[in-house]
Design a binder for this molecule. Structure first.
Ligand SMILES: Nc1ncnc2c1ncn2[C@@H]1O[C@H](COP(=O)(O)OP(=O)(O)O)[C@@H](O)[C@H]1O
Ligand SMILES: [Mg+2]
Length: 168
């Protein structure tokens, strides 16, 4: 499923909508370059689930658990940027069965963990040229709204037949 996301608010709104459909045991793998909107989407997922915020970029921690404020599952938010192996991810001892888990930079690290998961690939519009700006200007630009495109694919039995089901 492809989705156009015009701005930050729309990314959060999509996350909220997705979060509203998730339950314990669900896994979302977020892929996209730095500043793509992975954390922004995860913040929306947290809102949709009703967990305690703030969901923000985990700078020093690799995983942060956000407990539910509505009696639902917690959100475990993982930034796997510095994790280069499935073994290191395994060391985090995440309780996948009882949480909703969102993993930034997790593509390829979770193949043995779950039989079902959702892949979200976020693309920035290359045409805007922000990636070609010098670093300082780029930082200024990061907050500015610009369109993103999402490719959302649900894999495995959990998502078979759903709107997110991956095309075979
Ligand atoms: N369409 C959009 N979707 C998501 N974020 C956007 C969008 N347009 C601009 N932004 C901005 O881009 C930045 C994305 O940051 P973040 O979510 O932390 O990215 P990542 O976690 O992928 O590195 C935020 O400052 C956000 O406000
Ligand atoms: Mg992030």
């Amino acid at each position: 499923m492809r989705i156009d996301v015009p701005d930050t608010a729309a990314m959060e709104a999509f996350g909220r909508q997705l979060g509203g459909t998730l339950r314990a045991g669900d896994l979302v793998v977020l892929t996209g370059p730095l500043g793509a909107g992975k954390t922004t989407l995860t913040r929306g997922v947290g809102e949709g689930l009703g967990v305690r915020g703030p969901v923000q970029s985990p700078t020093f921690v690799l995983a942060r658990t956000h407990p539910s404020v509505v009696g639902g599952p917690p959100l475990v938010h993982v930034d796997a940027y510095r994790l280069d192996s499935a073994e290191l991810l395994d060391d985090l001892d995440i309780d996948f069965a009882h949480a909703v888990v969102g993993v930034e930079w997790g593509a390829g690290l979770l193949d043995d963990v779950a039989e079902s998961w959702i892949d979200v690939v976020i693309e920035r519009d290359e045409g805007t040229g922000t990636s070609r700006l010098p670093a300082a200007a780029d930082a200024e630009f990061l907050g500015a709204d610009e369109p993103r495109r999402l490719e959302v694919r649900g894999h495995g039995p959990r998502w078979a037949g759903s709107a997110f089901a991956a095309a075979q």
